[in-house]
Design a protein around this ligand. Structure first.
Ligand code: FES
Length: 403
């Protein structure tokens, strides 16, 4: 080796003794450095980390500042404010927050689109709107039990349903049904406030004129900026000044410029209806955006089974192991929430990946339309419990929740 290096004319000095001395003195130098260090705490908080925490908080402690009832629409809007009076996390108009609740023994969460303008976060405020949902015990609780000055745990802003100038056209045709108007109300307000810059035409379907949610607010914004237009469509009434029936491809063509993105938000029936409309419009898929909240459909086998099919679900979460029952008709997430297990959840639609868990054993069915898992996750039995139904006894490893 030495000969080869010499051939290459590389000189080698003998530093062995020097190296040993330096190594021997290392603890002495270290002790000296420790002794001469200032007697104060090491700075572990840097401005960039602080900003990241403000922009993307895990949890925001909020107080219900006010409640606006919408009796004809079966909905109520909660005006929330940061409990400590600081600014709420900034969001992109169209995003949602997940509200965490303890109802009886259950620990649950629900995503709600933010209906207020991002500008309101400056004084700590944001609004969410809850619509009645027959048989939905969380909606019942939010509509019947929540009152002013209650405290709520709210996640940071989440979701991809916002206008992105790199991805979307400058012209957006928004199709909304019922409480699906909330993200578009936020977008409209953001345009009026100069926070967003695109043209928004909202085609808003309601049953009757009286049941239109946020009509006054929408009309007011439309009168303040020519970038926002609102067309109301009534399905159960014929009235002058309103479109009648349902959103059709012709109606969209009537209001759309040559180039536009189609944004859709509403109940499950609206998405089913819009499938035909979208294929008739022959839009490229990148021009169609859907905000889907919740499981869009139960797998066929779960629908056909008797309601009494229950499986044993073993949940391993950190050092804890829980043994509970899970119905084949409910997602694994709902089973855990019913049992009071603090399972992670945000979108409840299979999209965000926040609830990603590992199936150790057992079989399961994933709601096909909500299966957004990566290929490798499918190969390795990682699932999103929010859209997965048990098909046998299951052992599941679930991440812990840190607030
Ligand atoms: S909560 Fe988002 S994927 Fe399950």
């Amino acid at each position: 080796m030495r000969e080869r290096l010499q051939k290459l004319k590389i000189k080698i000095s003998n530093f062995k003794l020097k190296d040993m001395l330096s190594f021997k003195n290392l603890p002495l130098r270290r002790d000296k450095a420790i002794e001469s260090a200032p007697d104060s705490d090491i700075n572990t908080s840097f401005p960039i980390n602080e900003n990241a925490r403000k922009l993307h908080p895990n949890t925001q402690h909020m107080t219900v500042l006010g409640i606006i009832e919408h009796p004809d629409s079966g909905a109520r809007t909660l005006v929330l404010r940061k409990a400590d009076g600081t600014s709420a996390a900034w969001f992109r108009a169209g995003q949602y927050v997940s509200v965490k609740l303890r109802i009886g023994e259950s620990l649950v969460s629900r995503p709600y689109s933010i209906s207020s303008s991002p500008k309101d976060t400056e004084d700590g405020r944001l609004c969410i709107t809850v619509k009645e949902n027959p048989g939905g015990f969380v909606a019942d609780y939010m509509l019947g039990k929540i009152k002013e000055w209650d405290s709520l745990l709210v996640s940071g802003p989440e979701g991809q349903f916002f206008h992105d100038s790199l991805r979307d056209s400058r012209n957006v045709i928004a199709v909304a049904g019922g409480s699906g108007i909330t993200p578009f109300l936020s977008m409209a307000a953001a345009i009026r406030d100069g926070i967003e810059d695109f043209n928004l035409t909202i085609l808003y379907g309601s049953r009757t004129e009286r049941s239109i949610l946020f009509r006054k607010e929408l009309d007011e914004i439309a009168s303040q900026t020519d970038k926002v237009k609102v067309i109301h469509i009534l399905s159960e009434e014929r009235k002058p000044g309103f479109e009648n029936g349902f959103v059709t491809a012709d109606l969209i063509r009537k209001h759309a410029p040559d180039d536009y993105s189609l944004f859709i938000c509403g109940p499950a029936g609206l998405y089913r209806h819009m499938e035909g409309v979208v294929s008739e419009l022959e839009l490229p898929s990148k021009r169609v955006r859907r905000e889907i909240i919740g499981v869009s459909g139960k797998p066929v086998s779960a629908e056909n089974e008797s309601p009494d099919t229950y499986y044993d679900l073993t949940v391993i979460q950190g050092p804890e192991t829980y043994r509970i029952k899970a119905s084949s008709r409910e997602t694994l997430l709902v089973a855990m929430e019913r049992a009071g297990i603090a399972a992670p959840a945000k979108c409840r639609s299979g999209e965000c990946g926040w609830c990603r868990s590992k199936v150790i054993s057992g079989t399961y069915i994933v709601s096909g339309q909500n299966d957004y898992r990566r290929h490798m996750d499918k190969e390795t039995d990682h699932i999103h419990p929010c859209v997965t139904f048990p098909d046998s006894d299951i052992v599941l490893e679930v991440p812990r929740v840190y607030n």
